[in-house]
Design a protein around this ligand. Structure first.
Ligand SMILES: [Ca+2]
Length: 357
């Protein structure tokens, strides 16, 4: 259930945000926390989080961090979309939302299957309270269309930390009983910006998993045709091998804490692709998706340099390339703050903060 903050809390938050705005050298995408002068309520980003949670564990960190930010009044969570059709993904997402007292948050599913696999989202769904099942969750496309149709102009922020298939299907959706507008027109009218983890822009020549797993032509279509600005963090931004590993503080949480349970299960039952041996200790791990959330909510601050004035293109092998051009609609992040310091000081505290609920 969403909580409404009392008026004085908004007032304090507005004062806090004004102070931060002048105190920080914010660049690039940092209009995320503007105070709306036409209302007493600060215009925090209203986020739809679109995730391939279940494969890697940083999606759990990202959704957890999103809730921590929402607890602090820095964003609202409009919905969470699951971009694969594993039934346990939807159930794990609902368990995380419920852990923060937001069990009524709509969760959309990718319609296919469903398939089933015992991994950490299954474990979270077994261990923590939740009431949503895959069968009763709405499809991502109709849920996207409903949310966008009902939203004020340019009021929604879409954060994608997995394959982009839900966004692709939204873009391709025709007018229907939900809205007389096409999906592409809804995006053009209602979305403020996209923050997407995907591609490679610094160390190019290598496929990146989110775009690769979207399937032939899908990421290319989404990125090249998106009518709203996109900020991308590519493969090195968040990669533990590039200095961004963190999260060992999760080992110190109580055993029944959701993060210790989820991360613990993942490293006790590591997926084959990870090449890891089972371990009862949570190691430092990559934070790609958590960075996407951080930047979407509080901006790049002094953590990242934004490369803008360009667009992302896809070569014949669907590898991403950067094309510099004035007023290009895309931007990507490069490291500015020391990656390890950023990971330990900015991200890790989000992963061990308890819900307010
Ligand atoms: Ca992911």
């Amino acid at each position: 259930m969403k909580k409404s903050l009392p008026y004085f809390t908004y007032l304090l938050l507005a004062l806090f945000l004004c102070t931060c705005d002048s105190a920080q050298n914010i660049e690039g995408a940092d209009d995320a926390t503007d105070v709306d002068s036409t209302s007493e309520k600060p215009a925090v980003p209203r986020i739809i989080f679109d995730t391939d949670i279940g494969g890697d564990i940083d999606d759990l960190g990202a959704l957890y961090a999103l809730h921590v930010y929402a607890d602090s009044g820095l964003c609202e969570i409009a919905a969470v979309m699951s971009s694969w059709s594993m039934e346990h993904h939807v159930e794990g997402i609902d368990a995380i939302n419920t852990y923060f007292g937001r069990g009524d948050t709509p969760v959309g599913k990718y319609v296919d299957g469903p398939y089933s696999k015992e991994e950490y989202t299954w474990w979270l769904g077994e261990k923590f309270p939740r009431d949503l099942k895959y069968a009763s969750a709405p499809g991502a496309t109709p849920l996207y269309r409903e949310l966008l149709a009902a939203a004020a102009d340019t009021s929604l922020t879409i954060v994608v930390t997995g394959r982009v298939n839900n966004v692709y299907e939204l873009m391709e959706s025709p007018p229907d009983s939900i809205s007389p507008m096409s999906g592409m027109d809804l995006i053009a009218a209602k979305v403020k910006a996209f923050y997407i983890m995907g591609g490679n822009y610094v160390r190019t020549g290598k496929a990146e998993a989110n775009f690769k797993w979207s399937g032939p032509g899908v990421a290319k279509y989404v990125i090249e045709n998106c009518p709203r600005p996109i900020t991308l963090n590519g493969g090195i931004i968040g990669n533990r091998e590039d200095g961004y590993g963190t999260g060992t503080a999760i080992n110190d949480l109580p055993e029944d804490h959701l993060m210790r349970s989820g991360y613990g299960y993942f490293f006790q039952h590591p997926p084959e692709w990870s090449g890891l041996a089972p371990s009862d200790t949570i190691p430092e791990w990559s934070i790609w998706d958590i960075i996407t959330v951080q930047v979407a909510v509080t901006g790049t601050e002094d953590y990242f340099t934004v490369v803008d004035e360009g667009s992302v293109a896809f070569d014949d092998a669907e590898l991403t390339t950067w094309v510099a051009e004035p007023d290009g609609p895309h931007r990507f992040l490069k490291p500015k703050m020391n990656p390890k310091r950023y990971a330990d000081e900015v991200i890790q505290p989000l992963l061990v903060r308890n819900p307010k609920y």
